[in-house]
Design a protein around this ligand. Structure first.
Ligand SMILES: *Cc1c(COP(=O)(O)O)cnc(C)c1O
Length: 419
């Protein structure tokens, strides 16, 4: 290393909660009024705030984004054995609720323009599985996917969209907020998201009946009777009024958080302009991400040798080259937290038997003999786009409290791995 880089005294996080003050006031209000329950003013207010901000008719506050996705899958009518198309490069919580209902996720490969579901692969998937009626789409890292293309394909095939906007709260596509494009949509207030309640999530919809059902299901599905009367399966999924206080206090700061995240993204972009890497891309003409996480993708010719097993990774240091493993290990040495790209679902042991469709059709048939870079498509590009991005990409420290000086150090650390 040419110059000495100072490490961080305290860990520099990938993305940590940022509190402002009003959160504590609303929590205290819940305490003082004794609404220490899953009913109360904070819940009503936070549902109103979400509808107002996002532009949907109904928001139902729940204990987690995962609970919201589960309710969405139920609303969409997924039954045992039903195949459901799902984004492949995502967090497992996008997928698991499909399985809670006995559905069978079929993974749709990723495109390079926004790192989200590839409409070409989705169209292929409908050729292979024309019976599918539900599609779960994520906007990864806060970047809106190809909404118009995906909607057109789903409309053509009469399929319902469930939008997982857990990471993309506040992001817009053609001026419209994510979380409004599906029939049933989910957002999350998990501790690492752009605003947080420490936990929590919401089901968003314009369908009044659907919102009513979720309110009922999420509070144990009690019928209107003097005793506990049940006709349907219930869940204990409602948001707590204390948590809702935190979320309520955070809403006014959503835009500030997005601005900070965007500045971080722009500074990384500028800082890396002489390195053989690209930032996670977005469609600047049609969309405005919330820039939740900044990521980089290393150019293929600048990748040193790297191999990943199921639990560990190895790499060989090479001059003028680097790889996600080298960068992540180096960041960690200086107490900065990065993270690999979310490992594609079709490569997860739990989902190894599920279908996977690339832009050329059945990906399982074509990428079985998977070796690091994977097979190449007819267009000369990697056929398994998700695995290519997983191999060459990583998420960088993107905490909105990170100072410019701290970020400059992160940039220097990453540059040093390419020496
Ligand atoms: C965080 C997250 C979820 C789950 O949200 P929780 O509130 O943690 O349950 C779902 N999908 C994606 C893409 C996420 O990042």
């Amino acid at each position: 290393m040419s110059k000495k880089i100072e490490g961080f005294e305290k860990t520099l996080w990938l993305s940590s909660p940022t509190m402002h003050g009003p959160e504590l006031e609303y929590m205290t209000q819940a305490y003082k009024t004794n609404w220490m329950s899953t009913v109360g003013t904070n819940i009503n207010e936070v549902e109103r705030l979400a509808c107002e901000k996002i532009g949907c008719k109904y928001a139902v506050a729940l204990s987690a984004g995962t609970a919201a996705l589960h309710m969405a899958v139920k609303l969409a009518g997924v039954k045992h054995g039903d195949k459901v198309f799902c984004s492949d490069m995502t967090f497992a919580a996008t997928i698991n609720p499909v399985v809670y209902e006995g559905g069978e996720p079929i993974f749709i490969d990723t495109e390079y323009d926004t790192w989200n579901m590839d409409p070409v692969a989705l169209e292929k998937a409908f050729e292979i599985y024309p019976e599918v009626k539900v599609v779960v789409v994520v906007h990864l890292y806060g970047t809106p996917g190809k909404v118009d293309e995906i909607k057109a394909i789903c409309d053509k095939h009469g399929a319902v969209i469930i939008e997982d906007a857990a990471e993309s709260l506040g992001a817009t596509y053609k001026g419209i907020q994510t979380g409004t494009f599906g029939k049933y949509n989910a957002i999350s207030y998990n501790g690492n998201k752009i605003i947080t309640g420490s936990s929590g999530g919401m089901l968003l919809t314009n369908d009044e009946e659907a919102a009513k059902k979720v309110k009922k299901w999420s509070t144990q599905a009690r019928e209107n009777a003097p005793w506990y009367q049940h006709e349907e399966l219930g869940y204990n999924y409602r948001m707590s009024n204390v948590i809702a206080g935190v979320v309520r206090g955070q809403y006014p700061y959503l835009e500030e958080h997005i601005a900070q995240k965007k500045a971080i993204y722009e500074r990384y972009k500028e800082g890396f302009k002489d390195l053989p890497v690209k930032m996670n891309p977005y469609d600047a003409e049609n969309s405005e991400p919330n820039f939740w996480l900044s990521c980089i993708l290393i150019n293929p010719e600048s990748m040193c040798k790297q191999i990943r097993g199921e639990q560990e990774a190895l790499y060989v240091r090479e001059v003028e080259k680097s790889c996600p493993t080298e960068i992540l290990e180096t960041l960690l040495k200086y107490k900065a937290e990065g993270r690999p790209i979310w490992k594609p679902m079709h490569m997860q042991p739990i989902y190894r038997m599920n279908g996977f469709v690339t832009r050329e059709g059945n990906g399982r048939a074509k990428t079985n003999a998977y070796i690091s870079g994977g097979s190449i498509g007819k267009d000369g590009k990697p056929l398994d786009v998700g695995m290519d991005i997983f191999c060459r990409g990583l998420c960088l420290p993107s905490d909105n409290k990170m100072t410019q000086e701290q970020q400059n150090i992160v940039i220097e650390i990453i540059k040093s791995t390419f020496l």
